[in-house]
Design a protein around this ligand. Structure first.
Ligand SMILES: Cc1cn([C@H]2C[C@H](O)[C@@H](COP(=O)(O)OP(=O)(O)OP(=O)(O)O)O2)c(=O)[nH]c1=O
Length: 205
């Protein structure tokens, strides 16, 4: 049995925790949005004319930087910090997380019967070095009737999710096709994550 070194996961997302566990990573979660550290949180508003790719990389970079600063702020032992960001892109535009049920329904109507992209960036930082990777997936959503959208909204699953759906949840029933990374669509591309951790000397299966 290898004794695994630890890393920090700078994320609130339960999906990211689940995915890191899946590949056997020993980590501790940094909760930057806890009441005591809210000021270290990252503003996820896109800049004017920022392309989706530049946006996702920038936000991911900011999340990992905030995690690293948090370590110093709390005097925690320095270990690599990992962060990620996921965005849903339709016709070159970022579709954010829905603000309530109305917006979630509207998003699902736009995605219905079409292909869109999911961009997931992952970054690791340690001391002076940061490495970042981007995973791009194309997802096809089946044509959704109003009734199906209504029933899906009632599950509340779409509410805190980029693009108003979760591939790992009920939405799996209407995702017709995916070309890319399932874990990337879910929020943390595991191939790229393993690649980065290896670069930082973490033993990967
Ligand atoms: C498309 C899609 C998104 N999502 C989720 C993953 C992400 O958590 C979220 C995208 O928002 P993010 O801003 O990437 O992440 P987050 O705010 O949840 O967590 P943190 O910044 O603290 O790491 O949408 C799914 O769970 N399944 C999906 O199929």
């Amino acid at each position: 049995m290898i004794s695994h070194p630890r890393i920090y996961l700078s994320s609130q997302s339960p999906r990211r925790r689940e995915l890191l566990k899946q590949i056997g990573i020993n980590f501790e979660t940094l909760l930057l949005r806890s009441n005591s550290s809210r000021k270290m949180d990252v503003d996820e508003t896109p800049h004017t004319d920022e392309s989706p790719e530049v946006y996702v990389r920038r936000v991911c970079q900011e999340k990992v930087n905030a995690g690293w600063k948090f370590l110093q702020f709390r005097n925690l032992p320095p270990l690599p910090v990992l962060a990620a960001d996921t965005s849903v892109i339709l016709d070159g535009k970022i579709i954010g997380k829905p603000q309530g049920r109305e917006q979630a329904s509207a998003t699902l109507r736009i995605l219905s019967g079409r292909q869109h992209q999911v961009l997931s960036a992952v970054a690791v930082t340690f001391e002076e070095r940061t490495e970042i990777r981007l995973s791009v997936s194309t997802v096809t959503i089946a044509t959704l009737s109003e009734e199906r959208i209504r029933r899906y909204i009632l599950t509340s699953e779409p509410l805190d999710k980029a693009g108003a759906y979760a591939i790992q949840g009920y939405a799996a029933a209407f995702i017709q096709h995916i070309n890319g990374s399932y874990s990337g669509v879910m929020g943390l591309p595991l191939f790229e994550t393993a690649e980065l951790l290896q670069i930082f000397g973490y033993p990967i299966l």
